[in-house]
Design a protein around this ligand. Structure first.
Ligand SMILES: [Zn+2]
Length: 64
């Protein structure tokens, strides 16, 4: 599998009290953690804007 160049990051927005997505540009990709229920990625370890970050995404069970 090729490393992703962009990831749709999911975060909680306090103002609107809802989940929002934000596009993260991946500079370096360092793997992911998978959800133990659906085995799809739930967070990615990446470098973005020169910073190492854990980026959360929607796994398959939260997509339903
Ligand atoms: Zn899941």
């Amino acid at each position: 599998m090729e490393d992703p160049k962009e990831i749709d990051s999911v975060y909680w927005d306090e103002e609107s009290k809802s989940w929002k997505t934000e596009k993260i540009t991946v500079e370096e990709y360092h793997g992911f953690t998978e959800c133990r229920y659906c085995q799809s990625p739930m967070s990615h370890n990446v470098k973005t804007n020169g910073e190492f970050k854990v980026v959360y995404v929607r796994c398959r069970c939260s997509r339903s």
